[in-house]
Design a protein around this ligand. Structure first.
Ligand code: BMA
Length: 863
């Protein structure tokens, strides 16, 4: 407990991002329950959240451990107060405008300075700002932020609404999430805890300025014969009227292009447009299609007559810098014989979107480090992904997220933040949503990675199937359309270059056919939710699949952080607490019994659940890639987790790759070789799918070998695949094989030679549980950051693991006599040490001391 308020001198910086002097109010604050009368202030950290602050002060236990979450629900039903003091000096208070900027308040908040209310918030999704010049004095000041309980606020709004507006509910949740503009998953989801806390989740600062300030910059690009014209729109706040020069420059581009416009501005808000011509800049491409060159675009306003005293040292201090990329991006929807295309094109090149869905990386803001973005997004790019969908049940991510996507070539499908519910559309709500959308489009539109704005997640399905029997469905539909229309209008006004897609899934505004495979995007969940076999994926021929997924368990090491020893069984109560899908365990176990020999140890169960998940996604994605260019995208559900749990993620909480992520690296390879069993069961079609912008020619190798290494069949035709092409290049007939081939003891292997963009692939004649696998007697050596494994007999899904270690490849099949090398690195790479100190991670003398290796046969060999 602290007796006095923390006093911290705030630093003054000249940020390239804001005008004038900036004083950060981040850092040390204090907080307590609203209404407390004693002096019980506790230290708090900003940016952050109340759960993290309470945990840091030992008031509550870690809510993610065991089922502590259930004991801390009171936190979200409580009002909280945060405050701090800050000092400013005489010159600072003399700026013509002294603006308090709260970039993100979560959520219902009232901000006061020295006792006067200056800002009120009812959304976490936009900046709130106010001129506080009249309330800030030289010397010490106090800022106080009162947060209302989000649960009380939302429930109150719901109760006051004229009719019911339904939302999906989850096993541990709080009600009425659709009545508050706050991350919907904070209220509990089918993969995450219910921790709807409050807090100052983005920066708080004071900005003092006297000259015009550039608030935002949006840019449209015209590309012609390699040259680009940037149509820049700068939104300015002008404290004092006068003649100002507004400059836009791309200093790093050849010839350092720059445009200056002198304009007479009146006090208030102003928009200045200016074009900058850039000759032959390097183009930005998605991952796998080329490089990601980025350029600074600097927009600034300064006094037109340099000697006029319109403020101190104006030049350069009133500016905004945006890191841009030169590229065209389109979502091409044009009628064809089968419906309508749904294809992203970058610089005119069709892109098969390969990626996954993103959920918030942490359950609470206080835990979020930007290094986690770096780690997860680098992993996405390493798995050959080129698109991430920021799903609508979370929040618009911090700037670092989008910056990293720009650098890595990860296109961003950005949902507006609405999910799995219907929403009210009273005037106040619609107004709030429009302002959020305007703020976010202005904030994010200059990112080259941003590919599309999408109205919501699964709200159209809510209308069309989940809640369609509501008596007032017409009213709900009208509300839905009003919200979608207003989002579309904002995108058209603020970011006209970007496509707006009304919702995911959808087949277009007003169509209400979210399952239509011939147009738009679909979410395909029959396999997971309905327990259909993986073959069901092969019957679906969509244009674009923006969600489909299959669950697995996180590793024992990761689960051990939250579920104690002795409780690690899929249906133990504490484990079920970390499995939020009501039938999740049953679905996994049932499919496992159909496909594999049932394991009896927990570690074997986890391993097989991950292999099974990987196979589900491999089946679907290879099939949908084979349909290219009819189908042009797969984004599986989901990339990441926000706590240790059973979920659909391919990367577990903490950054470890599950089997799926390793398989994704291979099935998302630019050139995919895959085997499609034909319907007759006697033919295996070998396909090559080429995402590269140039044709690929090479030798295809097809072999059938027994598990002990005898070659039964070999063929190696020369094949050529066009850019963006996909076709069956070879058919292996059962009749081509020797009569005595034992289908339980042999495997097909396909390889495409002459290209680094591809990986070997395999197929089997029987389900895995029927295979008669040998003891492969693995020989393991470790040296120079590489583990080498040699098998004397076939070993399937060979998986290496060691604490703190990530292998660049894993879950591979080895044939008899085959030797494979697995490079390894620390799981979390310290950016200061990009290579990581590999040698200290594994015991090189006795590898098995630190390294465990498993493969399919080991999951049942003792039984
Ligand atoms: C999708 C998502 C999420 C959900 C997931 C798994 O439909 O949009 O709402 O977590 O399914 O059920």
């Amino acid at each position: 407990m602290t007796d006095a308020s923390p006093v911290e001198r705030v630093s003054t910086s000249r940020s390239g991002d804001v005008a004038g002097d900036v004083k950060s109010l981040n850092g040390r604050w204090e907080f307590r329950q609203a209404g407390s009368t004693d002096d019980s202030w506790l230290p708090a950290t900003v940016p952050g959240d109340v759960y993290t602050d309470l945990e840091d002060n030992d008031v509550i236990p870690d809510p993610t451990v065991a089922d502590n979450e259930l004991d801390v629900q009171w936190v979200a039903k409580t009002d909280w107060v945060y405050r701090r003091t800050f000092e400013v000096d005489e010159p600072f208070v003399h700026h013509d405008v002294l603006e308090l900027e709260c970039l993100g308040l979560d959520t219902v908040a009232e901000v006061s300075i020295n006792g006067t209310t200056v800002v009120e918030s009812e959304t976490m999704y936009r900046k709130h700002a106010a001129d506080v010049g009249a309330h800030v004095r030289a010397g010490e000041n106090m800022i106080t932020i009162k947060f209302r309980s989000p649960v009380d606020y939302a429930t109150e709004r719901r109760d006051a609404h004229a009719y019911e507006v339904p939302a999906l509910r989850y096993p541990v949740d709080q009600p009425a999430r659709n009545f508050i503009r706050k991350a919907q998953c904070h209220f509990g989801w089918d993969w995450g805890p219910c921790l709807p806390g409050v807090g100052i989740w983005r920066d708080v600062r004071l900005v003092g300025y006297t000259a015009p300030r550039v608030e935002s910059v949006t840019v449209e690009q015209t590309h012609a014969a390699g040259d680009v014209t940037l149509h820049v729109r700068a939104a300015l706040t002008v404290p004092n009227g006068g003649s100002y020069a507004v400059r836009a420059a791309v200093p790093e581009a050849a010839g350092a292009p720059e445009t200056v416009r002198t304009v007479d501005l009146r006090p208030g808000e102003a928009t200045v447009r200016l074009d900058v011509d850039v000759e032959d800049p390097d183009q930005w491409w998605p991952n796998g299609y080329g490089d990601q060159p980025l350029y600074d675009l600097r927009v600034s306003a300064f006094d037109a007559e340099r000697d006029r005293p319109a403020g101190p040292d104006l030049d350069g201090r009133t500016g905004l810098t945006r890191r841009i990329g030169f590229r065209k991006i389109d979502l091409v929807r044009e009628a064809d014989g089968n419906g309508e295309t749904f294809r992203f094109e970058v610089n005119g090149e069709p892109i098969f979107a390969k990626g996954a869905n993103w959920i918030p990386a942490e359950p609470t803001r206080g835990r979020l480090e930007t290094s986690t973005y770096d780690d997860l997004l680098t992993s996405a790019a390493a798995a050959n992904m080129n698109m991430i969908r920021v799903w609508g049940g979370g929040y618009y991510e911090l700037d670092a997220f989008y910056e990293r996507c720009d650098e890595l070539g990860l296109l961003v499908w950005q949902d507006f933040m609405f999910s799995c519910a219907l929403y009210p559309a009273d005037d106040a709500f619609v107004d709030r949503v429009e302002r959020e959308a305007r703020y976010q489009t202005r904030r994010l539109s200059t990112h080259p990675s941003l590919a599309v704005w999408c109205g919501n997640n699964e709200n159209e399905m809510s209308i069309e199937s989940w809640f369609d029997d509501e008596a007032h469905i017409d009213q709900l539909r009208a509300d839905y359309e009003q919200l979608v229309d207003s989002l579309g209008d904002v995108v058209a006004q603020e970011d006209p270059e970007r496509s707006f897609w009304p919702g995911s899934p959808s087949s277009g505004a007003g169509e209400y056919a979210p399952d239509d495979e011939t147009r738009g995007d679909i979410h395909f969940w029959d396999v997971w939710h309905d327990g259909a076999s993986f073959d069901r994926y092969l019957e679906v021929e969509p244009r674009f699949v923006s969600e489909f997924g299959y669950q697995s368990f996180a590793s024992n090491e990761t689960l051990a952080q939250v579920v104690p020893e002795g409780h690690r069984n899929p249906t133990a109560p504490l484990m079920e607490h970390h499995q939020r899908h009501p039938n999740g365990n049953a679905h996994q176990l049932e499919q496992m019994a159909d496909t594999f020999r049932v394991p009896f140890g927990f570690e074997d169960f986890v391993y097989l659940s991950q292999v099974q998940q990987g196979l589900a996604m491999k089946t679907a994605i290879e099939h949908w890639r084979r349909l290219q260019p009819y189908c042009m995208g797969t984004l599986y559900w989901q990339l990441n987790d926000l706590w240790p749990c059973a979920s659909w993620s391919s990367i577990e909480y903490g950054g470890d790759w599950k089997a799926l992520h390793h398989l994704a690296r291979r099935f998302y390879a630019p050139v995919l070789v895959s085997v499609a069993p034909a319907e007759d069961g006697d033919t295996f079609d070998v396909w090559v799918t080429n995402d590269r912008p140039t044709a690929r020619t090479g030798r295809l190798s097809i072999t059938v070998r027994t598990f002990d290494g005898k070659t039964l069949f070999e063929a190696s035709p020369e094949v050529r695949i066009e850019a963006g092409g996909s076709r069956s290049v070879y058919s292996l007939e059962i009749d081509d094989l020797p009569r005595d081939v034992d289908p339980t003891r042999s495997m097909i292997r396909v390889d495409f030679d002459g290209d680094d963009d591809t990986y070997a692939n395999h197929a089997f004649f029987e389900p895995y549980k029927r295979l008669d696998l040998p003891d492969p007697d693995l020989d393991v050596t470790v040296a120079d950051g590489t583990v080498t494994v040699e098998a004397s007999g076939a070993a399937l899904f060979v998986a290496l693991s060691a604490p703190g270690v990530r292998f660049t490849d894993n879950y591979v099949h080895l044939e008899a006599g085959e030797r494979a090398s697995f490079e390894y690195k620390p799981v979390r790479i310290d950016p200061a040490d990009a290579a990581g100190d590999a040698d200290s991670l594994l015991d090189t003398e006795s590898p098995r001391e630190t390294l465990s290796i498993t493969h399919l046969r080991e999951t049942y060999a003792d039984q």
